[in-house]
Design a protein around this ligand. Structure first.
Ligand SMILES: *Cc1c(COP(=O)(O)O)cnc(C)c1O
Length: 367
């Protein structure tokens, strides 16, 4: 008897997941975490009017969503001074990245990213047979000039840059990114992942002509809008590239209630601004908690803080294990030397109190 015939590519892939979810860790430890500060979720939550819209939509979930996401695209087009044809909605940035891989990557396609940058991107590229070229961070930032130079050398089709970056929270200015576009190799596409841009200073936002064929920008409702579970993200770019998504995307993949929630969230700029404020205060508190125990915080333009434990990755991994053991869910970078840091997401004071109590114990145990 022969088994089902996986493609040779899928047979060759390791059975890895980009991130192990906190629920899996909770099942393994046999208890829930008391503080959830590891997945860069926004515990301040969605705008109340977004919650109300999703609640109202719950009983109407028998309907498929509008497969064109007409209303949400129109609202986003208005917000960004674009036309709806320059926007595609997807199942979070993650879902859109998988479509990008499907659109631009076949076996052997070269793709440039940073070693230790967002792993979900790598996962999708590998899934379509792309060859990833991972460049080291430089001074804890993704090395933009080196990424472009390598793309030029290898003829890469795609260049991935998260600005601000996850897991370090660092960023390039918009002016630097605009200038870098002039060094883009012919025919390459910059994937500018702006998942955290609402938390970043205005200077981090580049001004890019939406019809510029060299760039696709990605945004999400998962972070600043506090709707990670709703799975709504979008890409902005030239009409021609955006139209190509229609050929391969999952047209009925979007949740109806989520789209209505996102639409309502867009109407509440005051809530968003307040959330960004609260996150900034939480970030300052994480910096303080770290400093009280000798940990230096990296500057962050996101909703998390990388705290430098001052020693190597093994030490930081022991500290992280100590936090998990004490019921505080956090994460850390995968790759040296960034893995000397812990990555702590902003959260309400109640969660940060638990972190503040667990950190000195975890540090003492790690030493
Ligand atoms: C959180 C995160 C995402 C995920 O966004 P979704 O819209 O929830 O899929 C994408 N990119 C980066 C860099 C992130 O940190």
């Amino acid at each position: 008897m022969t088994g089902p015939r996986l493609t040779p590519l899928v047979q060759s892939l390791p059975a890895t997941v980009p991130f192990v979810g906190p629920e899996t860790l909770e099942r393994a430890r046999g208890a829930a975490f008391a503080a959830r500060l590891g997945a860069n979720e926004n515990e301040f939550g969605p705008a109340p009017r977004a919650v109300a819209a999703m609640q109202a939509a719950a009983a109407e979930q028998w309907m498929y969503a509008d497969p064109t996401s007409h209303d949400l695209r129109a609202a986003l087009a208005k917000k960004h001074a674009l036309t709806p044809e320059q926007i595609v909605i997807g199942e979070g940035i993650d879902g859109l990245l998988s479509y990008v891989a499907r659109m631009f990557v076949s076996e052997g396609t070269r793709v440039v990213t940073s070693d230790g940058a967002y792993p979900t991107f790598n996962y999708h590229i590998a899934g379509f047979g792309g060859v990833l070229d991972k460049l080291p961070y430089r001074e804890d930032r993704e090395d933009l000039p080196a990424l472009l130079a390598r793309a030029e050398e290898t003829g890469a089709a795609l260049i991935y840059l998260a600005n601000p970056d996850n897991p370090m929270g660092t960023w390039w200015t918009g002016a630097e990114i605009e200038a870098a576009l002039d060094a883009m190799p012919e025919g390459a596409l910059l994937l500018l992942d702006e998942a955290y841009i609402e938390f970043a200073p205005e200077e981090a936002v580049p001004r890019i002509d939406p019809e510029d064929p060299r760039v696709l920008r990605f945004r999400t409702f998962s972070k600043a809008y506090g709707m990670a579970g709703a799975r709504i993200g979008y890409a902005m770019g030239p009409r021609e590239t955006i139209a190509a998504f229609e050929k391969i995307r999952n047209h009925f993949g979007l949740n109806r209630a989520s789209q209505l929630g996102a639409l309502a969230a867009l109407e509440d700029d005051a809530w968003l601004a307040d959330c960004v404020e609260r996150v900034a205060r939480a970030r300052a508190r994480i910096v303080e908690i770290g400093a009280a125990h000798g940990l230096v915080a990296l500057p962050s333009a996101t909703n998390f803080v990388a705290l430098d434990c001052g020693r190597d990755g093994d030490f930081a991994r022991r500290v992280l294990a100590g936090l998990l053991k004490r019921g505080v869910f956090a994460r850390m970078p995968f790759i040296a030397p960034q893995d000397r840091c812990l990555r702590i997401s902003a959260g309400p004071d109640s969660a940060l109190d638990l972190f503040a109590a667990a950190l000195p114990e975890a540090l003492a145990a790690a030493k």
